[in-house]
Write a protein that binds this ligand. Structure first.
Ligand SMILES: Cc1cc2nc3c(=O)[nH]c(=O)nc-3n(C[C@H](O)[C@H](O)[C@H](O)COP(=O)(O)OP(=O)(O)OC[C@H]3O[C@@H](n4cnc5c(N)ncnc54)[C@H](O)[C@@H]3O)c2cc1C
Length: 260
């Protein structure tokens, strides 16, 4: 069973700083694998342990994503592929998904693609579904478990108060929640191999995309402004009435501000 896992390298958002224009200061910011993507790797490794096959991890980003891929190798995946090219830069979620989709087509011969539900910096949760759409794969999202048998994949999905069991024929794409598992600690024997491996870097010429869909030019989303919202401080409003009335007023006010 051949599984492809997509991982994103993200800034460690607990240490994010913004400049005066409201832009993220990326220089010197430590990076990590998007945490839920480690659960995606773990899910793939567990399926490989049950069914055999191969786990390939791919990540699109600047040259630093190499360190995320080495960490994936440390966890025990078989192969990694780095997608780095200046023409990929400035991609929105659609251009990112298109580029990843082209790379998956180039890898070929896969049964399952696994992504995290969402990245902790972008938080759109769009890349997994858009890759599935591009590749024409059934999408099974928000998985709390994955099982494979008889050419089908089955997941437990929880959406709010609703729990569902969903099944689809392979090949398929599954997006996983962090509750799906606890990812393994790096086995010590994998460390040396992981740091000695040459990591293949694929650019535009390797994945043969239609270049009009790449990077900033191929991105339908246009970012107009990034800013830190100014929080009003020290403004207090006293609510009057019985506890029930006060609670009702509070809920209405929070609702009106779209906070709940
Ligand atoms: C107009 C515009 C320009 C942008 N320019 C840049 C830029 O120049 N540089 C930049 O870093 N970002 C840029 N971004 C942000 C970029 O689009 C997102 O980082 C990217 O599309 C992923 O979206 P997300 O973070 O919401 O991921 P989500 O959709 O929340 O991620 C879901 C899952 O998809 C997978 N995934 C997501 N991204 C990747 C990836 N890169 N490689 C492999 N797997 C992945 C992971 O498994 C992840 O858990 C830009 C966004 C916009 C709108």
């Amino acid at each position: 069973m051949n599984i492809i896992v997509c991982i994103k390298q993200v800034p460690n958002v607990t240490q994010v700083k913004w400049d005066a224009d409201g832009s993220l200061i990326r220089t010197g910011l430590p990076t990590i694998i998007n945490p839920v993507d480690k659960n995606a790797i773990e899910a793939a490794l567990q399926l490989k342990e049950q069914h055999g096959g191969k786990v390939t991890v791919l990540s699109m980003g600047p040259s630093q994503v190499e360190s995320a891929l080495r960490e994936a190798l440390c966890m025990g995946v078989d192969d990694v592929i780095q997608l780095t090219d200046r023409k990929f830069a400035g991609a929105d979620t659609w251009a990112t998904s298109y580029t990843i989709g082209c790379a998956i087509q180039k890898i070929g011969d896969y049964d399952l693609v696994i992504t995290g539900v969402e990245a902790m910096d972008g938080n759109t949760a769009q890349v997994g579904p858009q890759v599935a759409e591009y590749l024409g794969l059934p999408l099974l999202s928000y998985a709390l478990s994955i099982a494979v048998a008889d050419g089908k994949v089955t997941i437990d999905q929880k959406l709010g108060d609703v729990a569902r069991v969903i099944e689809a024929k392979l090949p398929a794409l599954v997006t996983v929640e962090k509750e799906i598992n606890e990812y393994r600690v790096t086995p010590i024997d994998k460390l040396i191999d992981a740091f000695e491996r040459t990591i293949p870097v694929w650019g535009v010429d390797d994945i043969s995309p239609d270049v009009v869909h790449l990077g900033l030019k191929g991105s339908p989303t246009k970012l107009r402004k990034v800013y830190s919202p100014k929080l009003e401080k020290g403004k207090v409003e006293m609510l009057e009435g019985t506890p029930d009335e006060v609670a009702r007023q509070l809920v209405d006010k929070l609702n009106a501000k779209f906070l709940i």
